[in-house]
Each structure stands twice: as C-alpha cells, then as structure tokens.
Design a binder for this molecule. Structure first.
Ligand code: FAD
Length: 426
C-alpha cells in the first residue's frame, strides 16, 4: 500500500504549519502536499501550551491557536488544509525513512513517497531516566511538549490545587510552568543546578530581577542542586522530591523541564548531523538534496553570527519553514537564509525579547527596579545581542534593527547611559 506526493512534511508542529502556509502562498497544487504527524491535531502554536493553555480562567483551547495566529495571519484549521488540497495524515508516526528510495514508512504500514521531503520533527523532552532518576511514569509527574502533555498537566494541577508543586529545571519550560502553577494556586518551588534561572541566556543581574519577581508571587528557588530520587506512595504517586544537597521537598506534583533532544533518529546514518541536529545549508537543504530540515531539528548557518546553530525557538521554526519552501519552489529567486535569532517569553505581567547572540561583554541599561530594562552584548567591539523587558513595540523593533546592523560600539559607558535610546537612534 502506498501513496506518492511531490512534497511531504514529516512532523506536524509549528514549522510544518508555517511551511504549509508558504506552500499555499506560492501556489502549491491540490494533492501535491502531504503532512504526516504523530499528533492527532493539525499544526498549532506550541508556545501557547505553557501560557494561555494553563490559565485557570478562559484558557486557550484549539482551534483558537492553530498556526499561523502567532504571526497574525490566518488560522490554519483542518478545514483550511482540506480546502487547499493538502493531505493531513494525523495521529500517525513515521517509523522509518529511506532517503535513497525517497520513501517513508508509517506506523500504520503505509509507504509514502516524495520528490521533496521536509523534516519538521521538532524535539522531545529529555527524561529523568536519562540522568539516572526513575519516576517519569508516575501519575503526578508532568513534562510539557505537546497537547496531550498539556492536558495532563492541567488535570494534575486541578487535582492538587492548594498543594505543593516542584519544578525541576530553570529554563523556559520551568519558568513558564512555575508561573502557571502559582496562578493556579499551587505552592511552587523551582530546583535547578545553575546559579540562576535561564542560565543559557540571562546574566546574573537579569536573572535576579525575574527571580525576585517570582519570589514576590510566592515561587521559591533552590539553586545549585539536583533531583536525585522521588519518594512514592502505595499508588505509585510521587510524595516527595529528594535533592542532592540532602534536602527533601514534599510534592503533590512535579513538573520536569530539563531540556530537549531533537528528533533526528529517522535520519541517523542517512543525513549529515551537526550540533545534535540535521545539518542544512542556507537553503535549509540537508546533505541529501531532496531533503530539507526546519525548526528545532535543523542546524543551519546563522549568517549574522557566522556559525552553525540549532535554535529551539518558535520564530526560527516559522521563518526557517518559509525559507525552505521558498528554496524548494523558487530556487532561482531564493538566496541564503539570513536569520536574526529572536527569543521571547511572557510570564505573569512580564514580557521580554532577545535578538542576536549573547556573546561578549554585557552592558545593562534601564531601571532594574522598575518595569523597563535591558542589556546589550558587545563582542569584539560590535553590538551583537540585545535584550529588553517591558518594551513598547517601537522599542522592540528598534533593538531588533540595531542588532541586525551590528554597529561598532566605542564607548560602553555612553551606551549604558543611552540605553534603549541608542537602538532608537541607530
Ligand atoms: P514541533 O512544533 O515540536 O513539531 C514537531 C512535530 O513533529 C510534532 O507534531 C511531533 O509529534 C511530530 N513528529 C516528531 N517525530 C515524528 C515522527 N517520527 N512521525 C510523525 N510525526 C513526528 N519558543 C519561543 O521562542 N518562545 C516561547 O515562548 C516558547 N514557548 C514554548 C512553550 C512550550 C510548552 C514548548 C514545548 C515550546 C515553546 N517554544 C517557545 C519553542 C517552540 O515551540 C519550538 O521551537 C517550535 O515548536 C519548534 O517547531 P518544530 O516544528 O520544529 O517542532
């Protein structure tokens, strides 16, 4: 049994949705494109799962956050795919790929062949067991990557309202979930090994602002240590978390956010890998010319930084998807992907944006005891990265523009004095 398509996207997350939108914009014909996804729903904006989806009042639910609402464009509901003749094969895992034969084999036993393949398989959460701790299967231990995880998290949160939640990990997922837990009236304690939260991006000064804000909302922090084991009750539920520093925290539920691993296994040994992802060129094309990779799974040349990077952020998923489709459908007109890394987060009443690269010396600016502050990163004399909390639309656009221009900075003191005004003046 088999079907053939001109274009096949494996994976049905953020980048798949934006790729489909771009295919339609560029005039894909009925029946040419197929998306195969393990998830049972059409592509949606994954960031909603740790934000609006977890709200106790009027939570976001599908179909409200299908792609491409995140970029203020039309919402790609299942009806949209149907109207445009795009085959959505949902709830179906691709279990193997043969890039020489240009075929995929699904878990339902179907062989699907393609002329062009776009790999959009994203990433999976790292499990505790990979760090030698057992307990991921306990009914009150939650991860957060897809809709079923989010539904489970909502159920568990509701079942232990007023109780104690422990969040393992101080990155994006940990921070956003801790905020949601206290909004849902749980007592949240965050545990992570680093000296401060968001260790890969934040400076100590930036992190301490967020940690203080979180503390004012009731979140507790235990830093510089890790989880070593759980205590379980007779139902197999976690009742306490044991830490390496010898302490024990009582827990009615646990949320784990300890990083992700790109889903590359279908292509190991078939495509060149780099930095844990599928290596692609500036057209998002892999070592096999018929195979492209986008989103979290792709390691691509970030021109402005001059390095190959794998980015785990929604903006990169959206834009790399559009670029790959342009490169496939209009190769002559499409140049190299020239991407300015952009990360953001929104928690409580806070909202920050970051552009570029957090390398080199840091210049903080603004009012760290107020609502608007930020930082610039200066590497080898040039401004390479900008962070801003509480900015206006105009200010965020200005820091993006300034970072893209990479201006030479001669006087760090003057830059600090000017703060966001510097970006507005560039
Ligand atoms: P995904 O969106 O993960 O999609 C991958 C898809 O592939 C999934 O549907 C998966 O089921 C499917 N798949 C995988 N393997 C197979 C297979 N073998 N067969 C069939 N299907 C398969 N980024 C930000 O910049 N800001 C944020 O605020 C933010 N918040 C986030 C909150 C949460 C809870 C999460 C999980 C992520 C968040 N991100 C955020 C990151 C962002 O969502 C990702 O970078 C983005 O989703 C990557 O898109 P993708 O298409 O590469 O992967």
């Amino acid at each position: 049994m088999g079907r053939a398509f001109v274009y096949v996207i494996v994976g049905g997350g953020v980048s798949a949705g934006y790729a489909a939108h771009e295919f339609v914009k560029r005039g894909v014909s009925i029946g040419e494109l197929c998306i195969i996804s393990e998830e049972p729903v059409a592509p949606y904006e994954r960031p909603a799962l740790s934000k609006g989806y977890l709200l106790p009042e009027a939570p976001a639910r599908l179909p409200s956050f299908h792609c491409c609402v995140g970029s203020n464009e039309e919402r790609l509901t299942p009806k949209w795919y149907k109207e445009h003749g795009i085959e959505l094969i949902l709830g179906t895992r691709v279990k193997s790929a043969d890039v020489r034969r240009k075929t995929l084999l699904t878990a339902t036993g179907e062989t699907i062949s393609y002329k062009y393949l776009i790999v959009a398989t994203g990433a999976r959460p790292l499990k505790l067991e990979e760090f030698g701790v057992n307990g991921s299967d306990a009914a009150n231990v939650c991860y957060l990557r897809d809709l079923s995880d989010a539904d489970r998290l909502v159920d568990v949160m509701q079942s232990c309202s007023g109780g104690d939640a422990v969040v393992i990990g101080g990155g994006y997922i940990g921070m956003e979930c801790a905020a949601s837990l206290v909004i849902n009236k749980l007592n949240a304690t965050m545990v992570f090994p680093e000296a401060h939260c968001m260790g890969r991006l934040f400076t100590t000064k930036i992190a301490s602002y967020y940690e203080e804000f979180y503390k004012s909302k009731g979140v507790k922090f235990i830093k510089g240590t890790v989880l070593t084991s759980f205590d379980f009750n007779s139902d197999g539920k976690v009742t306490a978390v044991n830490l390496k520093d010898g302490s024990k925290l009582s827990a009615d539920m646990v949320v784990i956010g300890i990083g992700i691993r790109p889903n590359t296994s279908l292509f190991e040994g078939q495509l060149t890998m780099e930095k844990g992802g599928i290596k692609v060129n500036g057209k998002m094309q892999s070592s096999n010319t018929s195979v492209y990779a986008i989103g979290d799974v792709a390691s691509f040349p970030v021109k402005i930084i001059g390095e190959t990077r794998r980015l785990e952020h929604v903006d990169s998923a959206r834009k790399s998807a559009r670029h790959a489709v342009a490169a496939i459908m209009e190769p002559e007109k499409t140049g190299e992907f020239d991407y300015l890394p952009f990360f953001y987060s929104r928690v409580f009443t806070l909202s920050w944006q970051f552009y570029g690269d957090n390398a080199g010396e840091v210049v903080h600016f603004g009012d760290f005891s107020g609502n608007t502050f930020g930082a610039y990163w200066i590497n080898k004399g040039y401004l390479v990265g900008s962070f801003l909390e509480g900015g206006t639309k105009e200010q965020y656009e200005a820091i993006a523009r300034a970072t893209r221009l990479k201006p030479m900075i001669e006087d760090l003191g003057e830059l600090e004095r000017q703060g966001v005004g510097f970006a507005l003046s560039v």
